[in-house]
Design a protein around this ligand. Structure first.
Ligand SMILES: Nc1ncnc2c1ncn2[C@@H]1O[C@H](COP(=O)(O)OP(=O)(O)OP(=O)(O)O)[C@@H](O)[C@H]1O
Ligand SMILES: [Mg+2]
Length: 564
């Protein structure tokens, strides 16, 4: 019998307690993510490669937009061996100084975006460094960076992360004698796969181009095939402004954290300076509800006093958060992008007004429904509803089942909008959710938590656009059904007349002529009705600035196409 099993369970085994004490060790955040790379979305063979491209490309877009540069991004994937690839992403952004480049690519939880209340693609400070770590874990190789800033010679360097310290180890730093402004990162990865599929890098970049018409993105796949998504809009999205935290979304811990860095000398001036929508009236309301003096130094605030403030925040009236920090893509741009890239027959777009979730975070929803033409997901000769999810203009390709955007789409009764079965409908549903803080369900940033306000807002937007799409689709369906009816009449006329002639002895040819005449008259009435309905639907759509019906190609163009 072992020592352990002899133990009655009432007293701890002293030897085991000593061992446990000796086992106690600290580990760095880099060691943690090295062991748990799935938490940052770096798992699955195809997914891994797409996620790497996603992390580098979102950083390039963020950096360009923040510094007023129209982004040019170049992505290359080379196959080096079995499940072995090299990814290179080059941008024309601002570049990074030698002081910061190590932390940008070689330190987890470091970056410029985590502490801001502003819409950006990155928020955590683990994207780029997570890729550096994955590269060194799977290949033992360093990541290569070239970065150039205006007025400085570009520098090239190699870098790995020291996982014990979560610090970059930089080597081979060289000044380059050439002109280059931007950042180029090149890293190798093993145990992954490139596929031209729904979840591959090409589809990721196609969707990125749809949501970022101001960006020029080129891609060379492992077979050397090049795709260029041209810029269709030459104006940068206006830079979002940073907003302050809103009282309604603030916790006690937040108050105490902000207190430490405030420039306010009294609690009253701290409330006024550091919170959104806190004016003299709001501060007076708080003064009435707390037991301490608001002239107190905020750095001396106790937990209990902060709790009193948060309780007061909950009950006083505060205007909804400012929404200046949000930058939607806009109906016109979404419309142009989808027409250009998806090429549907019909399209309707909607950007809803900003609103708030969890009391303090402003957000906004943009929806488009495209029908016919290139819309829908095509597998062989089957077409089904294609859902394009975006968060702050970034395509979300994974974890769709667990995402509020998918749940909202699935909760819609599509039959109401003449989409009888989404699994056979040539429909693309585009949803862009933007916020200063996206409530992702995990650090892999692929699914959005189903906050009640978020779900409701997306549903409303879907119903609004669904109604417009329904008008077009219903008219198309009726026209198709009439066409089928016509074909059926003509198919059965000869058989019916043959039978009639046998019974009545009437001449079969005469019967046919009369019958055809009758059908023709009936059809003329039907056609007239159909034409009226079509015109009515088109007029309704034409009166709406955000719905479009693709122009039918002219007859000559159609002929040329069919010859090809
Ligand atoms: N191409 C680039 N050009 C300029 N700066 C960059 C570039 N790539 C990364 N950076 C800087 O490095 C930082 C770290 O990037 P990283 O992707 O790790 O985090 P993040 O983008 O802040 O957040 P997330 O983890 O959500 O992506 C960024 O915040 C940015 O300041
Ligand atoms: Mg990032």
């Amino acid at each position: 019998m072992s020592e352990n099993s002899k133990n009655s369970g009432t007293k701890p085994n002293n030897g085991a307690v000593d061992n446990l004490e000796k086992e106690f060790k600290e580990h760095s955040v880099a060691e943690f993510f090295k062991k748990n790379k799935q938490m940052i979305g770096l798992y699955g063979k195809i997914r891994t490669l797409t996620m790497v491209v996603h992390e580098y490309v979102t950083n390039s877009l963020d950096a360009c937009e923040e510094t007023g540069i129209l982004p040019n991004i170049d992505v290359k994937i080379d196959e080096l061996g079995d499940e072995y690839y090299e990814v290179t992403v080059t941008d024309n952004g601002p570049g990074i100084s030698l002081d910061n480049v190590g932390r940008a690519f070689g330190k987890l939880l470091a970056g410029t975006k985590f502490h801001r209340m502003m819409q950006s693609r990155g928020q955590q400070g683990i994207g780029a460094s997570g890729c550096t770590m994955l590269s060194q874990m799977t290949t033992g190789k360093a990541s290569k960076i070239i970065t150039g800033q205006d007025g400085h010679k570009p520098i090239a360097l190699e870098l790995v992360i020291d996982p014990k310290l979560n610090e970059p180890k930089i080597s081979n730093v060289k000044e380059l004698d050439k002109e280059f402004r931007g950042t180029s990162v090149q890293a190798k990865f093993k145990g992954c796969l490139y596929r031209d599929s729904d979840q591959g890098a090409l589809e990721y970049l196609r969707r990125t181009a749809i949501a970022n018409p101001h960006a020029q993105i080129s891609f060379r796949d492992p077979l050397g095939q090049k795709t260029v998504f041209k810029r269709t809009h030459n104006v940068l999205p206006e830079r979002p402004t940073e907003i302050k935290p809103h009282p309604k979304g603030t916790t006690i811990d937040d108050v105490l954290t902000y207190c430490k860095t405030t420039k306010g000398r009294t609690v009253a001036s701290f409330l006024n300076n550091d919170f959104d929508r806190m004016g003299a009236k709001g501060i007076e309301e708080i003064r009435k509800r707390v037991k301490f003096d608001l002239n107190k130094d905020p750095k001396l605030l106790t937990w209990e006093e902060a709790e009193e403030i948060v309780k007061a925040f909950k009950v006083i009236n505060v205007i909804a958060p400012s929404t200046d920090a949000l930058r939607p893509i806009g109906e016109e741009q979404i419309g142009k992008s989808l027409q250009n890239i998806v090429q549907p027959e019909f399209l309707t777009v909607l950007t809803r007004k900003p609103t708030v979730y969890a009391g303090g975070y402003p957000f906004q929803v943009e929806i488009a429904i495209a029908y016919g033409g290139g819309a829908g997901k095509k597998v062989g000769d089957q077409t089904s509803m294609d859902i394009m999810r975006f968060a702050n203009r970034v395509p979300l390709l994974f974890d769709n089942g667990n995402c509020a955007l998918t749940k909202a789409i699935q909760s819609i009764d599509w039959k109401r909008y003449d989409i009888k079965d989404p699994s056979t409908a040539p429909v693309t549903v585009f949803v862009n959710f933007i916020s200063v803080h996206i409530p992702y369900t995990g650090a892999g940033k692929q699914a959005i938590a189903d906050e009640e306000e978020v779900l409701e807002e997306i549903r409303l937007a879907l119903m609004q656009t669904g109604r417009k799409a329904g008008i077009y689709i219903a008219q198309k369906r009726r026209s198709f059904e009439n066409q089928q009816k016509r074909l059926m009449f003509y198919k059965y006329i000869p058989e019916v007349c043959k039978a009639l002639s046998a019974i009545t002895n009437e001449n079969e040819e005469n019967l046919k002529k009369k019958m055809e005449q009758m059908v023709l008259e009936k059809l003329k009435i039907d056609e007239k009705k159909e034409e009226e309905e079509r015109k009515k639907a088109e007029k309704t759509i034409a009166n709406d600035d955000n719905s479009f019906i693709a122009k039918k190609p002219k007859k000559e163009e159609q002929k040329k196409k069919s010859k090809k």
